[in-house]
Design a protein around this ligand. Structure first.
Ligand SMILES: C[S@@+](CC[C@H](N)C(=O)[O-])C[C@H]1O[C@@H](n2cnc3c(N)ncnc32)[C@H](O)[C@@H]1O
Length: 114
């Protein structure tokens, strides 16, 4: 089984306990299942990411780019597969990554439930 949480968790504030939600969704999955996750990050351009987050908030939309270290915690208890949690465009690209994709703020990772 694969659990796909693509472009989703940055819509959930910490108060919703997104890590707890991930753990609850993973709990019934068999060993050998995978989590694939994409999440907007702060690291690439923190001032701009915070400005976008604030603008979204003024429109009533929760958009919370998080630091890579925070996103890593969603994989607690799992085994990240290569290349780990990386800029999303660089997760096993099929070929050359266009320059505009290299500017993505997103992180992506896949991990196996032991
Ligand atoms: C950026 S889209 C990504 C959709 C899909 N995962 C994909 O990659 O195509 C985010 C999705 O999350 C949903 N969403 C927004 N807030 C949510 C919440 N609090 N709980 C569950 N889903 C939510 C939206 O309706 C939307 O379908």
């Amino acid at each position: 089984m694969a659990l796909l949480l693509i472009a989703l968790l940055h819509l959930l504030p910490d108060a919703d306990d997104p890590a707890g939600i991930v753990a609850r969704l993973l709990a019934p999955l068999a060993p050998g299942s995978y989590l694939a996750l994409q999440h907007l990050g702060l690291d690439a351009n923190e001032p701009k990411a915070l400005a976008v987050s604030a603008a979204a908030g003024r429109d009533g939309v929760t958009l919370l780019p998080r630091r890579r270290t925070e996103i890593l915690r969603f994989f607690d208890g799992l085994e990240l597969v290569e290349p780990g949690l990386v800029q999303d465009a660089l997760w096993r690209p099929d070929g050359e990554v266009p320059a505009e994709f290299r500017r993505s703020w997103g992180f992506a990772g896949v991990a196996r439930k032991p």
